[in-house]
Ligand binder design. Structure first.
Ligand code: ADP
Length: 212
């Protein structure tokens, strides 16, 4: 279980997150919803260790955990960015195997074997040798998910997973997220789309702009 206690974050004297508390149970899906500017991405970035809250605590499985300071963060928490952030000069297979070989010190063979399994699950097996520019938006997103999963995170975060996609692909992303739940991973999804959140979530956290 991941627990957030009194997470507070300001930018330039403006409080964005004010003593936020939430508990995310293992193997569940939490959606973070709210209007633009409410602080959803800021919260996700704090959870993923890309930003540091001004105060408050993260507790992972009973122990205090600082995502921004832990060398373990990339093995614990993965993130799928809104614009996918794939490496344009690397193939799908290379995108997915890079971090496991560098950070987890997997051999190339081991990383490729793991990646092949994940890419098959995500129906990308025929795209392994392609480059990101050759893929559709939905395929790029699945590669970004595969790349995060290759690090075997306990928690996978998504920043607006439906916003860069054609509306018809919204259900497909929802299905990928729900299917992943069956694999035992905890997922945290930032979305401005309440209907999408309603469809996939076990729990919804509503963030509101402060003082507005
Ligand atoms: P949301 O994801 O809900 O749209 P964000 O978390 O992106 O909201 O942003 C919340 C507020 O924090 C916005 O007013 C935004 O301008 C501000 N903000 C976000 N990141 C920074 C930053 N690095 N520096 C200054 N202000 C920021």
């Amino acid at each position: 279980m991941l627990k957030l206690e009194n997470i507070t974050k300001s930018f330039n004297g403006t409080t964005i997150l004010n003593k936020l508390n939430v508990e995310v149970k293992d193997n569940s899906i939490l959606s973070i919803v709210g209007p633009s500017g409410a602080g959803k991405t800021t919260l996700l970035r704090c959870i993923a260790g890309l930003d540091r809250p001004d105060s408050g605590k993260f507790i992972l499985n009973g122990d205090t955990f600082d995502p921004a300071d832990s060398t373990e963060t990339e093995r614990i928490i993965g993130i799928v960015f809104q614009d996918f952030n794939l490496f344009p000069h690397l193939t799908v297979m290379e995108n997915v195997t890079l971090a496991p070989t560098m950070a987890l010190k997997q051999s190339k063979e081991e990383a490729k074997e793991n990646a092949s399994g994940i890419l098959k699950e995500l129906e990308l097996q025929t795209h392994v040798d392609q480059y990101p520019f050759e893929l559709s938006g939905g395929q790029k997103q699945r590669v970004a998910i595969a790349r995060a999963l290759a690090m075997k995170p306990q928690i996978l975060c998504y920043d607006e997973p439906t916003s860069a996609l054609d509306p018809s692909l919204r259900d497909a992303v929802g299905k990928v997220i729900l299917d992943l739940k069956e694999t035992g991973i905890t997922q945290i999804v930032v979305t401005h789309d309440p209907a999408f959140a309603e469809n996939i979530s076990d729990q919804i956290l509503q963030v509101k702009p402060i003082n507005k």
